[in-house]
Write a protein that binds this ligand. Structure first.
Ligand code: GTP
Ligand code: MG
Length: 369
């Protein structure tokens, strides 16, 4: 069994690449599984994988490092139920220190099950370009610290969404990266493209010995502060109408919520919405940098006329949880005012993530301890 740990910042494209990779591996006749991970309980990524027919399990309520036992259980359960050839484990986008707290413990405790264990770090090409050009990232210093540490600890860096930067910038960008990080392997990837993701799979198969990865020297106070500065909100929303406009109202709600967060100036780590109408699902995804254009009118047409629409919202935004919740409540009220509609909420949860307290932490190669 191969286990690929997939880290990297919120919205950098981890799930997109994993789905694409799983589809390719399945076509080759291999059995795959994915373990998703986030702060809340109702995860858009898990619904997304389910909708794509990819078997998945989740580790909820915090990152892999603080819930190592849950991760371990899910690996064992997947192995017992489906004996997958390949498992992708996608960590929370605001998590770092994976080498010391997840990779080394897996090497110590699960070595006999794994032929291969890798760690990739995904990074939005546009943010990395800003960084090497000396521009400030659109997040607080402590949150940007997490982003930098994620890159520091991995040797394989997937510079994702490369299609969103100008090809003219690429040669200088590549040179600057090679100069700044001489010991890392950079893959310039478009995770929406099959051939590009195939190269990632090839790189995973050719990965370095994971024992060579060094544990980070990391300031947990700074890390914890950066993590807590990104509020979490998750909930499910049901919209019922009598005139067939439920999909339109649901999409309008999502659109207005994102617009309201953007207007507030709060940087969006990742705001994900799964829209479900009569079993047809679409994942909408927004980050602080301009997102892929989502044509709401086209989506309304696609969903058609229905009296029931459901949304799952997962938002990670640099603001207080109360502010984030208030912005959504405003938009819910706006929909209710339109009349002839029942808008209800389920599983509402919004909070500041707790201080990261890993179950295990191996400072040095465990063989030396
Ligand atoms: N243009 C472009 N868009 C991409 C690429 N990879 C991912 N995206 C888009 O980026 C958005 C975020 O992608 P996800 O795969 O959900 O990101 P993630 O890293 O899993 O996010 P979290 O789980 O919240 O940390 C989605 O709208 C994707 O369609 C890419 O290579 N190019
Ligand atoms: Mg994801």
């Amino acid at each position: 069994m191969k286990i690929h740990l997939v880290g990297g910042f919120l919205g950098s494209g981890k799930t997109t690449a994993i789905v694409n990779a799983c589809q390719q591996l399945k076509q080759q006749g291999l059995k795959v599984g994915v373990i998703t991970n986030d702060q809340g309980q109702y995860l858009v990524d898990s619904e997304f994988l389910h909708g794509k027919g990819i078997s998945s399990a989740q580790v909820t309520g915090g990152c892999f490092c603080c819930n190592y036992d849950q991760l371990n259980e899910q690996i064992l359960r997947m192995k017992a139920n489906a004996s997958p050839d390949v498992i992708f484990a996608e960590s929370v986008g605001s998590c770092t220190d994976l080498v010391a707290t997840v990779l080394k413990p897996l090497l110590k405790f699960r070595r006999e099950e794994m032929e291969v264990l890798t760690l990739s770090c995904f990074v939005d090409a546009r943010m990395l370009l800003m960084h090497v050009e000396g521009r400030r990232l659109p997040f607080s210093q402590d949150t940007a610290y997490i982003w930098e540490k994620q890159i520091e600890e991995a040797s394989l860096i997937v510079v994702n969404k490369v299609d969103l930067i100008s090809p003219a910038d690429l040669p200088v960008f590549q040179q600057a990266l090679a100069a700044k990080y001489p010991n890392k392997k950079f893959l310039f990837q478009n995770s929406l493209n099959e051939g590009s993701v195939r190269e990632w799979l090839n790189a995973l198969d050719a990965s370095d010995d994971p024992n060579k990865l060094a544990s980070l020297d990391i300031d947990y106070a700074k890390y914890g502060k950066g993590e807590a500065e990104l509020a979490w909100l998750d909930e499910q929303i049901t919209i019922e109408t009598a005139d067939g406009t439920a999909p339109q109202r649901a999409l309008d709600l999502a659109h207005r919520f994102v617009a309201s967060v953007r207007r507030s100036g709060a940087p969006i780590g990742h705001l994900k919405v799964m829209a479900d109408v009569d079993g047809m699902q679409r994942k909408l995804s927004f980050t602080t940098l301009a997102a892929n254009d989502i044509d709401m009118a086209e989506l309304v047409t696609l969903f058609g006329t229905h009296d029931l629409a459901q949304l799952t919202v997962n938002a990670r935004v640099q603001t207080s949880p109360e502010m984030l919740r208030a912005m959504l409540v405003n938009e819910l009220a706006h929909q209710k005012q339109a009349g002839d509609v029942v808008v209800s909420e389920q599983h509402v949860s919004f909070f500041k993530p707790g201080f990261p307290t890993p179950i295990h932490r191996f400072e040095v190669d465990y063989r030396a301890t």
